[in-house]
Design a protein around this ligand. Structure first.
Ligand code: PLP
Length: 387
């Protein structure tokens, strides 16, 4: 069975150019970058080149890039750093401002911090998935230590107004972190224009390998490492570097940067074709987040009366890989927290399926996906009606 993969917000296939770049570091170029011999120097050089490739994509300085094990670690490192920073206001008066639609790597840590006495403000979003900027500005009190707002939502693709929010935090001397895991490599992320202090990214969301990512830490931003150990990454992230992974991340950044504008347009037109096809063929199909600026690759669509879990299973049997929400909680019977925050009624939220395309998706795959979904919804409705 030919599989069609439309679950690229969960993870993406590794680009052949990325694989080729990594290969020597999985074979003979086995040195530890801290070793002073030739193989060590070769590994250190490869890590330095990858750091420049990441910095070039983000328009920042190489020494502002800290390699990590992925998005989750970067998010945790950013929040822990700000939480324990001596620059934070007095204990018990530390405020963190975030939104209700963050990935669990931020949301659950913020909830934990709230349980431990931290004053955490979870901003509401409207039906479009966007926070109210006046309410946000009111939340930025003098004892606010950090803001953490995602660049792009993983379930709906909605792009939050991060540059504007970061500017308002900067005006008040408040650190700003953004989880840009779903944005980097898909849309321009320009740190020379957005005054964010900390930014998380993850290689496997844009055709790099799994288990490697980076945290951007602006030179002016105080940083307190969460892990203690060796002096790697200028003491900001100890542990022997994942050299093949870091090389893969660097290559993924370079490739994404080269083809960004053309890929965005192509992927957007395929995503729109998918949405148009499904809306035309399936009565009651509703797209979530389409009134807001969105990633070009993501479509989150409810098919009224058809539980998403059943639909995803049926589609899987037909060879179409999609998701009934974020990959990390796709098994959950609860309606998505993100859709609930957007005031999508629970029955509709429970029928929401996420389709996420990539630059490797073809028009033929999109057309086949429309047929698969239309047939699967039809079968499910027939069954429900008992006919
Ligand atoms: N943040 C967002 C918005 C994500 O979508 C994900 C992964 O789904 C993560 C963080 C976690 O990234 P990683 O899988 O690299 O730990």
């Amino acid at each position: 069975m030919e599989r069609i993969y439309l679950d690229n917000n969960a993870t993406t296939p590794v680009d052949p150019g990325v694989f080729a770049a990594m290969r020597p570091y999985l074979e003979h170029a086995c040195g530890n970058p801290s070793s002073s011999h030739a193989l060590g120097r070769e590994a250190a050089w490869a890590v330095a080149r990858a750091r420049r490739q990441v910095a070039d994509l983000l328009a920042c300085e190489p020494d502002e890039v800290v390699f990590t094990s992925g998005g989750t670690e970067s998010d945790n490192a950013a929040l822990f750093s700000a939480h324990f920073s001596p620059l934070c206001p007095r204990p018990g008066k530390r405020r963190i401002v975030t939104t209700r639609v963050e990935h669990p790597a931020v949301h659950d840590l913020c909830r934990r911090m709230a349980e431990q006495g931290c004053d955490v403000v979870f901003l509401d979003v409207d039906e479009r998935g966007l926070p109210d900027l006046d309410a946000y500005t009111r939340a930025l009190t003098p004892d606010t230590a950090l803001v953490s707002v995602m660049w792009a939502n993983n379930e709906t693709g909605v792009l939050l107004p991060v540059a504007e929010m970061a500017a308002r935090a900067r005006d008040r001397g408040i650190l700003f972190h953004t989880d840009a895991v779903q944005a980097v490599g898909k849309v321009p992320v320009d740190l020379s224009a957005a005054p964010v202090d900390l930014l998380s990214l993850s290689a496997h969301k844009f055709h790099g390998p799994k288990g490697v990512g980076a945290l951007f830490v602006r030179r002016s931003c105080p940083f307190h490492p969460h892990f203690l150990g060796g002096g790697q990454e200028q003491g900001r992230r100890p542990g022997t570097e994942n050299v093949p992974g870091i090389v893969g991340l660097g290559a993924a950044c370079e490739i994404a940067g080269q083809r960004m504008a053309a890929n965005m347009e192509r992927v957007r037109s395929l995503r729109d074709r998918l949405e148009r096809g499904l809306i035309a063929d399936i009565p009651g199909a509703r797209v979530h987040g389409k009134e807001a600026p969105r990633l070009p690759n993501t479509a989150n669509i409810s098919f009224a009366d058809v539980p998403a879990r059943d639909l995803v299973r049926r589609l899987d049997e037909q060879g179409l890989c999609v998701s009934s929400g974020a990959a990390c909680h796709a098994g959950s019977p609860e309606p998505s927290r993100v859709l609930a925050a957007m005031r999508v009624p629970a029955p509709l939220a429970l029928s929401a399926v996420r389709f996420s395309l990539s630059r490797l998706t073809t028009a033929e795959e999109v057309d086949a996906a429309i047929l698969h979904v239309t047939r699967a919804v039809d079968q499910a409705m027939t069954r429900t009606r008992g006919t």
